[in-house]
Design a protein around this ligand. Sequence first.
Ligand SMILES: [Zn+2]
Length: 488
Amino acid sequence: MSLEFEAVIGLEVHVQLATETKIFCACPAKPPQGRSISDLAPNSNLCSVCAGHPGTLPVLNERVIEFAAKAGLALGCKINSESIFARKNYFYPDLPKGYQISQYELPICEWGSLSFETQRGSSQVQVRRIHLEEDAGKSVHEGGATLVNLNRAGVPLIEIVTEPDFRYADEAAEFLRELHGIVTTLGISDGNLQEGNFRCDSNVSVRLKGESRLGTRVEVKNVNSFRFVEKAIEYEIARQIEVVKSGARVVQETRTFDSDRGVTLSMRSKEQAEDYRYFPDPDLVPARVSTNALARWRSELPELPQAKRRRYQSELGLSAYDAGVITGNRSIMMVFDSAMQLIAKQESNLAKGIANLLTGEVSRKLNEESVALEDLPITPAHFVDLARAAAAQVISSAGVKQALNNAWKTGESIDTIIEKHGLKQVSDLSSLEPVVAQVLAEYPAQVDELKSGKDKVIGFLVGQIMKRTGGKANPALVQQMIRKWVES
Ligand SMILES: [Zn+2]
């Protein structure tokens, strides 16, 4: 008899908030000009508060309340009118105060949910809580020594904690993609995965199917890519099932993911539950959210990715795939939305053409060149003009590609590019007729084949005409002309 197992997975996601200053002091939370905190000289971005000097007092940055509440509203949470900061006590060199200011018993947001799609259909996961906390510094291990860099200490975070509602690794990955789209659309986080702006701990356990008790859980810490989260959980499920099948017990522990080898590795065992001796921070008053502020923040919420995807499909006729790719990339989404502002209602058929450009050629080039769309000279107007030119058959699909490449580099207008590079298709009958007549006269055998119903041969004839016009003839028109000739 084969035993059937199921996995039980919960996530804790840390999202760095994109506020100007840190959570309890006036130090910058993000350095200027899109540089990252890790670019700054070590320990150059701190003050006596975030360095934890005795006698200093934290002062709450009110913006973090707004950002956390907006995340909560977007996830359908209850926003508590009063939430409490607590001290989480533990010793670590990169935690200068000996405690982290976090929220424990009364977090700012509770009980929301998020739905998302996987290959098995749609799933919904409960969000148990969202709480605010300060980030710690960073320990750097160098040549046998450990150095401490406090630049990041005191940068605001929200931690989003789910119920253990996931059963599959890909559900966790899809949840994270959806959540990432939400926080970046809200503008509350840069969501830069490489910089660790958005990182995830997964709690994974396995049990026999039908069993209601939870198995021993293992925490996989700090994975900062959607694909690696999926791989780490997959590995962990398989590993735990093997352990149970062999008759051994899963050990409660914290593990890391080694992305090079695709395996999780033991970091430390958690035999005894950690005791952080939480208690309310006597230096901070409860954080309050007024009904007025909440109403204002609710009214400021932008259209979220899920609603956007639905609208793209129902109003603009995009495929689910295209809608997903566009909302999955913030700068592509912004270009698409701006392009839609530029076209008139009766031109809404251009949406598909613009979406095709963005999800195809543009996505490919962005990956290849690893550049950001907003740093290039190409603008939303270029995409509108390209789609218009293609729809009106002014340029061929090859011409569209060439014009796109050109605008990408130069930012010249599509009209100028078409003119300058002679991309205009020849669609005028009088100039095409002699070429068509000449080619058909030169290939009588093929014309006979076409007459006898061997339709494939038309491609060859169109090809000959394209060659002679230097690729500028409108192929659809040429095909029409050949058919007319053969019928007459
Ligand atoms: Zn500071």
